[in-house]
Write a protein that binds this ligand. Sequence first.
Ligand code: TRP
Length: 334
Amino acid sequence: MINDKKVLFSGMQATGNLTIGNYLGALKNWITLSDEYECFYSVVDMHSITVRQNPAELRKRARKLLQIYIAAGLDPEKNCIYYQSHVSGHAELAWILNCFTYMGELNRMTQFKDKSAKHADNINAGLFTYPVLMAADILLYQADVVPVGIDQMQHLELTRDLAERFNNIYGDVFTVPEAYIGKVGAKIMSLQDPSKKMSKSDENPNASIYLMDDADTVARKCKRAVTDSEGVILYRDEQPGVKNLLDIYRACTGKSVEEVLKEFEGQGYGVLKTAVTESVNSVLQPLQARVAELEKDKGYVDSIIKNNAEKAQYYSNKTLRKVQKKIGFPERIR
Ligand code: TRP
């Protein structure tokens, strides 16, 4: 607990461009949580280097992501928005937890298998121990809840196992975190293959709408979105392309399935696609304008970065000192 509130931790990688899927499925929910929880939202740049990065590009994207957090509506005075690499405790606790994690556990991680298949020329040890760093992120702040997508559930399970294992040996050190599955989190699928999740790393640029896409690009991508030959607008699994467009529309407008079905009754796909375009642009345009403002306000963003790194360092140090003491590291001389 911090300030009588439960603690929430989540993070995103600054690799690839964020899509409306990341926004509608995750970021938008985060905003609704900041009153109820003491929130830490990290730009997890240390996770990003498990795959080779261009340094200038990584730096640029990390700052952009941090600005997107703020632009999307996360108040940086209330939510601790910070870079993982600015807080030394992440690496320190990750090392300790590495010594409590079994090779077999990490071998089972499906994301490791996927990523090592994809980056066969660079299967580094960091890629293997990535879930341990993620566990350190979460346990460092004694997080009670962690909003994550289904693809991260296995990592969260490992985090819980590590916390329990540690607590069993040393007493109550870590809070055992729960997954927070959003109530309204829309799952947005690829526009080109609606059986796949919309992804920031999709090779087909028409498959994803990026948060920074301009209005014309959004229109073009929506126009090209895969539908079907049924010719009716119904909300059902047999029409995954149409269903996905309706989901995007619903998430952008806040309307219910019934409302949107009524709205599009008897209409063709062209009308639907135009409406989706407009709804997406009405969400993206203000967001982009706010990012542009933040980009100009370097002093303000820098002060957020500095203050929040200090706040994160403060809370993470509390946990780290406790852990170091428990495992028998010598006391610091003051
Ligand atoms: N691994 C997560 C992803 O790729 C990002 C992440 C890193 C994270 N540390 C975290 C998410 C801690 C939640 C909590 O999506």
